[in-house]
Design a protein around this ligand. Structure first.
Ligand code: URA
Length: 217
């Protein structure tokens, strides 16, 4: 078993709320149907969105209550961008957008070149003015960490204000890799599983997240 370095572990926010843990266990069960897997992912993503947005800046906005005028605290959801790593990241979008409906959405698609093993970008579409925005990259599984690290490196070219990484599950290998390449990126996850297998799957994990979300297994 690969140990997680203490510095890397300090970057991980484990979301251990009982509702999150319960729903994750239901998702891990191989008997869960595509329908319930997707519904649970949606619910979990909303719950996790609360944690990942906990430090969002608030501004005072003058509003009129039925009784008087006051300065009320409001967030500017439009400054936040959820970036989905295709394709499984799309399964997280509905849930997080139900909590922050004003957020923008970007998509990044990467595949691994079988010869060079390098991540190759096949799709990249972001909102304008990325230098004004905070990014939350979403992908259900932080496994080897290679595509996450490549996606973050590409996003840094847009010079956003900050980047966080939100996943359902990760493992020591994924945490160490992302930390090594991007020590400034905080990871939010519902579980740190034991290890990666030789095919790059997380154990005990939940299988192929994309296949389970889209019913393509
Ligand atoms: N991607 C998945 O969908 N599942 C894993 O276990 C690892 C990577």
């Amino acid at each position: 078993m690969t140990p997680i370095s203490p510095e890397a572990r300090a970057n991980v926010h484990l979301i251990d709320h009982p509702l999150v843990q319960h729903k994750l266990s239901l998702m891990r069960n191989k008997e869960a149907s595509t329908n319930s897997f997707r519904r649970l992912l949606n619910e979990l993503s909303s719950l996790m969105a609360y944690e990942v947005t906990r430090d969002m800046a608030l501004q005072d906005v003058e509003i009129q209550t039925p009784l008087e005028t006051m300065k009320a605290k409001m967030i500017d959801g439009k400054k936040l961008v959820f970036v989905s790593i295709l394709r499984a990241g799309n399964g997280i979008l509905d849930g997080v957008l139900s909590v922050v409906p004003g957020a923008r959405v970007g998509h990044i698609g990467l595949y691994r070149d079988p010869k060079t093993l390098q991540a190759v970008e096949y799709y990249f579409k972001m909102p304008k003015n990325m230098e004004e925005r905070d990014i939350v990259v979403v992908d259900p599984m932080l496994a080897t960490g290679n595509s996450a690290a490549a996606a973050v490196a590409r996003l840094k070219e847009c010079k956003p204000k900050s980047i966080k990484f939100l996943c359902l599950l990760t493992c020591p290998e994924g945490i160490n890799t992302l930390y090594k390449e991007h020590p400034d990126v905080q990871i939010f996850t519902a579980a740190i599983d034991r290890e990666l297998n030789s095919h790059g799957y997380i154990l005990p994990g939940l299988g192929d997240a994309g296949d389970r979300i889209f019913g393509t297994q």
